[in-house]
Design a protein around this ligand. Sequence first.
Ligand code: ZN
Length: 452
Amino acid sequence: MPLAVLSGLWLGACGGSDSPSGPVPVVSVQVTSPYPALLVGDNVQLTATTLGARGAVLTGRAIAWTSRDPAVATVSTSGFVTAVSPGMATVEATSEGKRGERMLTIVAPASPVSAAGQLFMIDALQPGPLTAAFRIGDSPPKSVSVGTDGRFSLTSVAPGDPVDLLIDGPAGAYLPSLLRFPRAAVPATALRILLAPRRWTIATGTYASSTIDISPNQAFTPPCTTTGDTNCDGYYPKAWVSGIKVWDDATLPAPLAFDHARSAAPISASDSAAFWAIVDRMEADIGHELFRPVTASDLVIDADGWSAGAVLVRLDASLAAGRGFTNWRWDGRGVVHSAVMRAGSAAALGGSSLVTHELLHAIGLKHSCAWPTVMGGYGCPSAAGLTRQDVGYAHLAIHLARIQRTTNAYRNLYEAMQGERVALLGLGPVSLTLAEALGLPRESGRGQDGAH
Ligand SMILES: [Zn+2]
């Protein structure tokens, strides 16, 4: 049954309000419909509002409903319309001799649109009952049932374009996910949708048992001062839209070596000690081992100065003394597998915010403008070390990436951002290309930090 049926509004009579000189006369009648176009067989509840002089709403007045085109649409004595055949139908509401009307367009069933898929969620949260709505163009939304295993399938013959699939629930635990397709481009293959939680409780580390709100929409309009720069466009969680790219947690702690041979200056034992003290602090904050020290001679380093499966740290004379720069690489499944961190001087290896920032890049995390963060800069708020949100989002990234890789559900935060904008914030959806909408695994690639 269309949701429109629920939208009929009946105002109760409020007796006793009449003046001694008699009831205020009805001057006009307004008729509204939640949907201008109906499919043959659809029902919709119309609403008639009686108005007095100067537009005052009058309640409790008798209303008579008639259809001028009953072969196209009929109307009941209570304003309940049934679409009968294609065409235009005018429905009238009359009260105290005054008449209002509403024209409705009735269209024939279009070719059916079908989609099927499965939803995936963070394992620690119970799936619970999910609600999904399937809406085509301006047609009334159709509810979709979702199985306890997250599977759904849906078919609609409603006309219009585009096709929206909005998924929400249970009990506000997940960000609503909105997928929008041109009608002709609804995927024939099953959609695999990864839902993002709206709140995330940190399980380990300095901020254990505290909870952060997840709001991908914050990253949509970062107050970044150099938009167009890759550093500004790479802000996470916005950067997760094409799939989260981090090390596979099973491979952490990642081996990390100082690349003395390719360093522009010596790295002393005390430089190393200062660096690893910062790593210790990072690991205490996150509550996981991230890196383990190895020597460069233990690694195979290629001609370009990279080592597969490891992180290399070297000094680079092309960087200013207090600056850092990190490059990292990932495979087609979004698994980061190697990184090179460069610093402008040995002293920079003892800089807490610089090393923390660059090593988060080495894990695969990018800049953010959505919260106070050690990944700030470029006009966005910065922090000296890992903040609660940094830790929470890092944990979430690792969890979502694990689900993404085991389920191949590469749709994730873009749809959550869309859903958050449309369902929670009341904003219009942002257009997305079909390639973005499909959210398929991308080619392997490389990330690059700016110098800090
Ligand atoms: Zn950076």
